[in-house]
Design a binder for this molecule. Structure first.
Ligand code: SF4
Length: 213
């Protein structure tokens, strides 16, 4: 992202600040509390968490993607008329998200974040989905910001990670276990676990069942 401060001696207007963008698209939210609702996705490029089962590996390298300005992103999102804008990645907290979130909210849009929390928190959001990964310990600044905790479960070990993370978020946070798509056994693992641990809910990626993005 361009610096807020200056290029040479000239300050950059917030609307001209840019981010590397893998894609933007209008779909339905497929996961968590807002499942089934109209959502415009902004997928930022760049991630250093490197989960082995990541389904967005093509997003890891930021410099191969074009930069888009805050102004362009906000206008495109507004034109889609979604129920919410979801800023995702990659790992969006690699960047200062204040300029983008402010511009979206100024247009009356509801703004959500999906993050692993691996970097310091930035931006102003209407909803924060925290999906911590054991491959890079989350930054402490995320825990007070979370609305829903969504832990991806591939193996039984991940359930321990989920419980560790659940202890660190506020009590009212909604807690989801989501099967890792390429580990079909994880569905029954979660099913059985939730019967014994009623504080958890299951989240399914309905966009994958529907065959849409
Ligand atoms: S944090 Fe997300 S984008 Fe990054 S490697 Fe893990 S699943 Fe992929």
């Amino acid at each position: 992202m361009n610096s807020l401060a200056s290029v040479g001696n000239k300050a950059i207007a917030p609307k001209l600040i840019t981010y590397p963008i893998v894609e933007t698209f209008h779909s339905i939210q497929g996961e968590g509390t807002w499942t089934g609702m109209s959502a415009f996705f902004i997928r930022l490029a760049g991630c250093d968490v490197h989960c082995p089962w990541c389904d967005q590996k093509e997003s890891w390298t930021s410099h191969i993607y074009p930069q888009q300005s805050v102004q362009m992103l906000a206008q495109t999102a507004k034109a889609a008329n979604p129920a919410m804008v979801v800023i995702t990645g990659g790992e969006p907290l690699l960047y200062n998200l204040f300029p983008l979130t402010k511009a979206l909210q100024k247009l009356g849009l509801r703004v959500h974040l999906e993050t692993s929390g691996a970097h310091p928190f930035s931006g102003q959001f209407d909803w924060v989905t925290f999906s911590p990964k054991p491959f890079q310990v989350p930054h402490e600044s995320i825990y007070s910001q979370v609305n829903e905790l969504k832990v991806i479960i591939a193996t039984e070990e991940d359930l321990h990670w989920a419980e560790e993370q659940a202890e660190k978020v506020p009590a009212e946070v909604i807690k989801y276990l989501q099967p890792e798509w390429n580990h079909p056994d994880s569905q029954s693992l979660i099913f059985d676990y939730i019967l014994d641990h009623p504080q958890w809910r299951m989240s399914l990626q309905i966009h994958k069942f529907l065959g849409v993005r």
